[in-house]
Ligand binder design. Sequence first.
Ligand code: SF4
Length: 223
Amino acid sequence: MTAFSELVAATESDLATTLGGFREEGRRIYATSSFQTQSVPLLHLLSQHAGVSVVLIDTGYLFPETYDFAHDLQGRLGFDLKQVRSTRTYAEQCTSSGALLHTRDVDACCRLNKVEPMESLLRPGDVWISGIRADQTATRASKPRLETDDRGILRYHPMLKWTARDIYQYLREHGLPKHPLESAGYLSIGCLPCTRKWDGSDARSARWEGSSKTECGLHTNTP
Ligand code: SF4
């Protein structure tokens, strides 16, 4: 058995045991996805389990290709797709000078469009799965596999030990697709105004250019 096949087997076993336990406890189970290439292995693994809703956080600023990719994956893998978005209108998201929030305050914009819609969806006792990996950012490297956040929501991170190389090997072995913008030079893809093409440096540096921001806030609101 190779190190990669051991990693896949361990992740499959962990998902089966952990999700089975959550279902027995009657918990609602959600998985957020950014629907990038790197999201695909977890979506493929989760699609083999009942009772998991995959959440697309629709900021209104996603690339059209991302919406298409999400729906293509749903059709291909058959998971339950739930879309959430902020109830604030664009007009309500402008600064006093009339500028759209993402041009002045990216933290506030991410909070309104990403964090708040998830906070509205989730209740204490729910499970929130994400595909974050330790090799992505320092914040993610310090995450435990399971934690409970300050609202009593269980956060489950089954992909922490995976690397970018593992992601691509899994895609190859299962004949799974990549985000259509990857071939156009985008490696880490979020909202259109806050994403630029990859320049050969750290993949996450393609997000929030000119800012020290590396996280949208979804994975930092924990003890
Ligand atoms: S990534 Fe940019 S556009 Fe998207 S919610 Fe955050 S600040 Fe707003």
